[in-house]
Design a protein around this ligand. Structure first.
Ligand code: ATP
Ligand code: MG
Length: 393
């Protein structure tokens, strides 16, 4: 029944000078994602993007669109030439295919040279439908809102608007380094920045043998899930054991987490620099644990000048869980393997650390060389949507 899926942009439509660049990127991203459906063709009309279905059921295409950042909404559409006699029949066919008691017609005339005014088109279409089937008009709360868009190239007819992911096309916002733990929060934080058009690389700190390879696997599986939004993700695996042991040998237990975090951010800072990442992303949420009070954040942040993006800063856990389920990382995150932080968690972590004290503890050991060592030994894994055998080097 439908010839196209019409894709709308929302926010990027307001981007002035950059608009064309944004739309071209979105066009490319949709094309790349839809490579898997050979029959379809993705057409860039600038006002809109159209996916030409060429006989493919529109429902087959929907799952591919669900996680493309920058799509505000989309509709399966019928397309006819600018002839109201033909439009009338197609509109009737569409309403007949839906189980509905009431309807309303809403016409947009983008082509102002079209000789019939929108209100008049509404009337013509509605009366044809009323004449040919058992249905009533309800302008306030109709079961079916039948929309017509009259454009230069023809008339589009549709009755559904499906909400897209919103945000900006992936790749428009530069690249950031995501601190990815095995927990629930950090994949969601990654998802939120990707939705805003920022590509990610990920960094994970593991402390073998305290942390098992199963927890590495967990992080790998999570990153693989994030492939649904970004098809290639570089994952930096850092061996954090030596640093963690040194902290516990030298520092009062209450400051261990504060110092551990400072070391993580120092390493992330250097990795970000080396890889031209513009920001560091973390899954912290205000007040969630001792190391996530504002006082802690001040002390931890002090080691880097990078913007630290914390998309979950103000979110409640339940909201985060809802998103984690949507991106399908939740079930992986709740697998019961410890990560390096949970294993070393002290009984009484300080909630209001002082910077001076943190620096005094750090002066007790040679951390720069430990950090350099850790960076030198980073293992990079390229995680790719289309391959099961990811490249490890
Ligand atoms: P998550 O926050 O992912 O659910 P969590 O709540 O157990 O895991 P926290 O202790 O709250 O983790 O850590 C806060 C943030 O610090 C994480 O969201 C993540 O961005 C970062 N982080 C913690 N541990 C690690 C790790 N082992 N590797 C990389 N980043 C980490
Ligand atoms: Mg957390």
């Amino acid at each position: 029944m439908y010839q196209y899926i019409m894709v709308r942009y929302g926010e990027i439509g307001t981007k002035g000078k950059n608009k064309k660049q944004f739309i071209n990127r979105l066009h490319k991203n949709i094309k790349d994602t839809l490579k898997a459906v050979k029959e379809v063709r993705v057409i860039n009309h600038y006002e809109r993007i159209y996916i030409e279905l060429n006989g493919v059921d529109h429902l087959i295409v929907y799952p591919y669109l669900e996680f493309i950042a920058g799509i505000a909404s989309y509709s399966p559409v019928m397309f006819v030439e600018k002839d109201l006699e033909i439009a009338k029949e197609k509109a009737l066919e569409l309403v007949k295919s839906i189980d509905a008691n009431t309807f309303k017609v809403d016409t947009r005339r983008a082509d102002k040279s079209f000789e019939v005014a929108s209100m008049e088109v509404n009337k013509i279409i509605a009366s044809h439908i009323l004449k040919n089937m058992e249905i009533k008009v309800d302008v306030h709360n109709p079961d079916v809102k039948l929309e017509l868009e009259i454009r230069d190239e023809g008339i589009y007819i549709f009755s559904e608007r499906i909400k897209g992911l919103g945000g900006f096309p992936l790749g428009m916002g530069g690249k950031a380094l995501l601190m990815l733990s095995g927990g629930i929060d950090s994949p969601v934080a990654g998802f939120e920045v990707m939705r805003r058009g920022v590509e990610i690389e990920a960094i994970h700190f593991a402390s073998p043998p305290y942390t098992s390879t199963l927890s590495d696997e967990k992080v790998y599986d999570i990153a693989k899930k994030l492939n649904i939004i970004q098809s290639n993700i570089k994952l930096h695996m850092v061996n954090f054991t030596k640093i963690q042991e040194t902290i516990y040998d030298n520092v009062d237990e209450s400051y261990a987490i504060t110092l551990m975090r400072r070391m993580m951010f120092r390493i992330a800072d250097k990795v970000a620099k080396k890889n031209n990442n513009l920001a560091i992303v973390s899954g912290e949420s205000i007040g969630q644990v001792a190391s996530q009070t504002l006082e802690s954040m001040v002390v931890i942040n002090e080691v880097t000048n990078y913007p630290i993006i914390r998309p979950l800063a103000t979110k409640d856990k339940q909201e985060v869980i809802t998103t984690a389920k949507k991106i399908d990382t939740y079930e992986i995150s709740i697998r019961p393997f410890e990560d390096c932080c949970t294993i070393f968690t002290p009984r009484n972590p300080v909630t209001k650390p002082s910077l001076k004290k943190a620096q005094e503890y750090e002066a007790k050991f040679e951390f720069e060389s430990l950090i350099d060592d850790a960076i030198e030994n980073i293992k990079v894994i390229k995680i790719n949507k289309d391959s099961d055998e990811d490249e490890i080097f």
